[in-house]
Design a protein around this ligand. Structure first.
Ligand SMILES: Nc1ccn([C@@H]2O[C@@H]3COP(=O)(O)O[C@H]3[C@H]2O)c(=O)n1
Ligand SMILES: [Zn+2]
Ligand SMILES: [Zn+2]
Length: 245
């Protein structure tokens, strides 16, 4: 079976017409959630889905639109079935995720005192390919987002680049396609204003056609309808549509 991808949302952190940019990879017998932002529980609900059908959640970096739904995910599973979700993330994010993000909501004296009490934590090394199921492998690439903040883009099945939030890396994108045979790039995209911590549409438009033709845009703002047909051939990934990966 071909792996499918369904975005729970394709919006930027502050978009109101789109849910947070989180993705579901749907394999045969193995479903992976990529990032679990504030809006992920509502998006799952609207899609008629349950966290119980997810096998593992992978986190790219510690911003609320990527991790803000983890507290609800963990508590929902605990109360419904007692199950701990497998949590995949770069080893550098393990302690900060607990100490800076989740401890405030999940700590319970004598019961929940560490990330391991709520998740099956599987720390990942960057630049290493991990087989998650017979159909899905993941490989973390550390990419720039905010100074001093670790953030990891993904190479899925060694042929599909899924950007975490990142600033423009034209050499990386070009090398992935021309040297590593990357056939598809899902890229965050800030449509208006200076990028600062994201890649802008204008930056992506400056790439050569053989790279642009592989790019689908995600993590965009509410102004997206104004940009249809103005993306130099790059298409917009649409939330809730099921694509072949
Ligand atoms: N130095 C920063 C830090 C954050 N931000 C905004 O906050 C958002 C957090 O989620 P995001 O999706 O990374 O997008 C970030 C910026 O909009 C920003 O614009 N500049
Ligand atoms: Zn984001
Ligand atoms: Zn971010």
């Amino acid at each position: 079976m071909t792996v499918k991808m369904q975005m729970l949302g394709t919006g930027s952190a502050f978009a109101k017409n789109y849910f947070n940019n989180n993705a579901l990879l749907l394999g045969s017998g193995y479903n992976l959630l990529i990032d679990c932002g504030i809006t992920a529980p509502l998006a799952m609900h609207e899609l008629g889905r349950s966290f119980e059908e997810i096998d593992a959640v992978l986190i790219t970096h510690l911003h609320a639109d990527h991790v803000g739904g983890l507290e609800e995910l963990a508590l929902t599973l605990r109360h419904k079935t007692g199950r701990k979700m497998t949590l995949l993330l770069a080893e550098a994010l393990v302690d900060p995720l607990w100490e800076h993000t989740l401890m405030g909501g999940l700590y319970q004296e004598g019961i929940t005192t560490s990330l391991d009490d709520v998740f099956h934590v599987r720390p990942l090394h960057p630049d290493t390919n991990y087989s998650l199921s017979p159909e899905i492998s993941v490989h973390l690439l550390r990419t720039p987002h905010i100074p001093g903040k670790d953030s990891y883009s993904l190479l899925l099945n060694e042929e599909i680049f899924y950007s975490a939030d990142m600033t423009f890396e034209p050499k990386l994108l070009t090398g992935l396609v021309r040297n590593r045979g990357c056939r598809k790039i899902y890229h965050d995209c800030q449509l208006e204003g200076p990028g600062v911590v994201h890649t802008t549409l204008n930056e992506l438009k400056s790439l050569p056609e053989d790279i642009r033709s592989r790019i689908s845009l995600m993590h965009y703002g509410d102004e997206k309808p104004d940009y249809i047909g103005r993306t130099a051939g790059m298409d917009f990934l649409e939330q809730h549509v099921i694509y072949e990966l």
